[in-house]
Ligand binder design. Sequence first.
Ligand code: ADP
Ligand code: MG
Length: 345
Amino acid sequence: MNTLSPRTEIATLGEFGLIDRLTHGITPRHDTTILGIGDDAAAIRHSADRLTLVTTDLLLEGVHFDLTYTPLKHLGYKTAVVNFSDIYAMNGRPTQLLVALGLSKRFAVEDIEAIYDGIRHACDVYGVDLVGGDTSASLTGLTLSATCIGDVPSDRIVRRDGAHDTDLICVSGDLGAAYMGLQLLEREKRVFRGESDFAPDFAGREYLLERQLRPEARRDIVESLASADLLPTAMIDISDGLASELLHIAARSHVGCRIYEDRLPIDYQTAVMAEEFNMNLATAALNGGDDHELLFTLPLSVYDRAERLPGVRIIGHITRPELGCILVGRDGGEVPLQAQGWQGR
Ligand code: ADP
Ligand code: MG
């Protein structure tokens, strides 16, 4: 490294600032590139009426997962599913998966087979073909990278940039459980570190652990939107926390938003755990990552049908951009919505 040239710490830009800086000014050369950087997946046109979707995700040991408490089979399943989730977020259907592995000597063949059991199972459940990848030795740790290909009819693609003033803001499932699951696993790890008969009691907390270790992608939501003949104006999957994802939709769509704390969907176990950890429940729901739920907007005119969607909650509405992005608290107080994503560890 040249000591005379300026050095900017990654943390000063954060993840999204870094991506912006790296990809600034990149414009598509091909008219087959319908959508490039900036959404949950890129969209490519290979036929008149369908678009191909592509997305990739990287999971690193010690950053995204800790093998002290992550079963390898679950890790494989999660690697596949988080990619499927980005395809569903475009209102698409995942069709093919490629998986690249970096393996240190610490892992035996049986370990990698366990990861692949999980990947295969996810492909069976979601109807996806594993079509390739890459395998390499790594000096330390385990690296998993997956690329998913999917497709969507051209007139059904849903991007992040289509939300309009007065649209309803909807979210599937419940929020914050995966984050509380992670807190629980980290606590047990600290308490029992070094003890060979490590047998933490997770009774009654299974849902939180499952949400963290073995998430699902919301294919069912994409299907129920289609069967209700509803097309969201914008959609994103919640991987970094609701607040961060909603701010992405707002920024891309050039709108503001208002969501209501008392409308946030939160599971009972999440609430109990937050209390035990003395954590603010709304913060866990807004900023806890790894939920893999879908956040989408629908026109106000379909309110009745939106309300009847199973497993979906209306949490607020889109506003004009000058009104900003606001969280309305239980007491009616208003605070600006803030993201607390990855900051370049
Ligand atoms: P997601 O959370 O949906 O996986 P990210 O937040 O990781 O999406 O990325 C946001 C956008 O930036 C995506 O369109 C992604 O393809 C793009 N992106 C992320 N990292 C890079 C990179 N290193 N080079 C080019 N594009 C990137
Ligand atoms: Mg995404």
